[in-house]
Design a protein around this ligand. Structure first.
Ligand code: HEC
Length: 222
């Protein structure tokens, strides 16, 4: 084979390695600039991001509060009994009319309680759920609490101070939380929160029942 051809093959072989080498180099090198966009779609547009500034307004806020006197469409939240558990300026002592107390509702409440509340409060509501057991194990570690853990045990729903609470207050605790307990208003819909509150009443009743409240044919097993 003539020398010229051998050289040509060798050189073009080496040149063919260049593009992959350059691509690999670029891919491995950090670049502060955004990648090249051939199609912009709607990735870039003039808009105000949340919490940003807008000099147009005297207070400089881009996010505007509702205009005074604005009325929400659809739900108005004016029904304080249903939405806040408050009736006549006090904690409501009855279920709202939208949520009639039925066996179905209590079963729904039981299912929701078992999902959302048992990790801390336990299935009987006494406050010894699996999270509590784990936390107790961490804080009672022989060499001191793991990672400086502090723990407030979930309060028993059978505590005297909880038993006397009107159902609207229980509903409020589920919605907004209380002291060290977080609220579940954003996760559990209103009706389910009422169902859970009703089920808390079921638990309280069951833990403080007298033998004569047990159906006659079941008393023997006690
Ligand atoms: C992550 C743990 C945790 C979960 C889950 C939880 N709680 Fe609690 N709960 C607590 C703690 C802790 C307290 C006591 C707070 C304190 O005293 O600082 C408490 C207190 C309460 C109280 C007593 C309020 C009072 O007035 O003293 C009620 C009632 C209650 N929880 C109901 C519920 C219900 C119903 C659910 C389910 C929707 C629930 N909790 C889910 C941790 C939890």
């Amino acid at each position: 084979m003539p020398r010229l051809i051998v050289y040509a093959i060798l050189i073009s072989g080496l040149l063919a390695l260049l593009p992959p080498a350059i691509i690999a180099r670029v891919r491995a090198t950090p670049d502060p600039n955004p990648p090249v966009h051939i199609f912009h779609d709607m990735d870039f547009q003039t808009k105000y991001l949340p919490q940003s500034e807008n000099a147009q307004y005297a207070d400089g806020r881009a996010q505007r509060p509702p205009v005074l006197g604005a009325v929400a469409r659809g739900e108005t939240y004016a029904d304080t009994h249903y939405y806040d558990g408050v009736s006549g300026g006090q904690w409501a002592s009855a279920m709202p009319t939208q949520v009639p107390l039925t066996m179905e509702l209590l079963q729904r409440g039981e299912a929701r309680f078992n999902i959302y509340c048992t990790p801390c409060h336990g299935y009987d509501g006494a406050g010894n759920g699996i999270v509590n057991q784990r936390a107790i194990a961490l804080v009672s570690n022989a060499a001191g609490p793991v990672n400086g853990t502090v723990w407030v045990q979930a309060k028993s729903v059978h505590d005297e101070t909880v038993i006397v609470q009107p159902i609207g207050q229980i509903f409020n605790t589920i919605t907004h939380g209380v002291r060290n307990m977080a609220g579940y208003g954003s996760q559990i819909p209103v009706e389910d929160r009422w169902a859970i509150a009703a089920y808390v009443r079921v638990l309280q009743r069951s833990q403080n029942a007298t033998p004569d409240q047990v159906p006659a044919d079941r008393r023997a097993g006690l």
